[in-house]
Design a protein around this ligand. Sequence first.
Ligand code: FMN
Length: 372
Amino acid sequence: MTEPPASAPSPEENAQRKRDHLRLSLAGDIGFATTTTGLERLRVRARALPERELRDVDLSTELWGRRLAVPLLISCMTGGVSEAGPVNRALAVAAQQHGVALGLGSGRLLLDRAGGRRSMQLDRLPGFHVRDVAPDVLLLANLGAVQLHQYGPADCARLVGQCGADALVLHLNAVQEAVQAGTAGSSSPPGARGGDTDFAGLTERIARLCEALPAPVIAKEVGFGLGPADVADLLDAGVAGVDVAGAGGTNWARVEGLRDDRAGRVAAAFADWGWPTADAVREARGILDRHVRDDVLLIGSGGLLHGVDALKVLCLGADVAGVARGLLAAGAAGPAAAVEAVGVLSEQLRIAAWAAGARSVADLGPALLISA
Ligand SMILES: Cc1cc2nc3c(=O)[nH]c(=O)nc-3n(C[C@H](O)[C@H](O)[C@H](O)COP(=O)(O)O)c2cc1C
């Protein structure tokens, strides 16, 4: 493994960035300029006569030994800073109560803190320890794929173990890293970006990790979407799942742009970058089908607003639908609000499936959709 470059942000700068992300995601205007998920162009083939009692709809599914009551994921958001602790615990309580999966935010701060003490326990940082309130939840640890230049399979295994996670999610965030400035509010000189843009040789590193890590590895984008070429490369690398995290929801160039004037000027060109969620899910399902890989999990996410959007990505071919920013405010408001928000989302999905005439996840497919 290589050491981080001398110009790399310190753990304190990374922690400040995480704080800014939470603050801006809760308050800022961080959507796309005109790009939408494309889900609004699809209509569900609604049935006025579902011919079934609502309570007989069972959308439960099993994944890596965990049962999901509905195929929903609270996507990876935060961890490692004091503000993250209560948010993740609230979301974890909600995930446990409603039987949905939960992703934790990047564990880079945990690994950075462990630093040279690689054989020691990782520090206990807020937000990464939720198993006590979510013992049955499908729990996903998270790390930037670009950090694989620095951290190997043993570090990743420790991260997964420390979080009590069932799988590791690697995020691919090339544009976010490139746009990113240094410390918040700094007047960074032109070219002095704070992100890590060394994406050379990453597919190979992901492949080595998939081979060595005992836990499943999932790869995701962060809101610009995985395109078909990415999905094909990731399949070749041996991932157990892909999360398209498509465009139309949170725009991470804009988030970074709000942290720094110059980053904002660079980010302006990316206000409509990426693969809209509906296209990304459809294309990814096509690739998985062509490779006959129904063993690979497909997560449909990016800009999902409610349970009807979730139903649409499931009908387009996703196995699980993911929501990030749409649940952040509820997570920040505490366990009661998070339980209520995830409950509403689950109920919307179940009602939508019922009113489309579906009884189980096996009934969800493109036949339930009409293109507008
Ligand atoms: C506050 C916040 C922090 C995030 N941090 C991470 C992260 O650490 N790792 C990651 O893979 N994705 C992270 N994401 C991206 C989300 O998982 C998701 O892919 C993206 O926001 C698009 O989904 P959305 O439109 O539902 O928000 C974060 C999102 C938010 C809102």
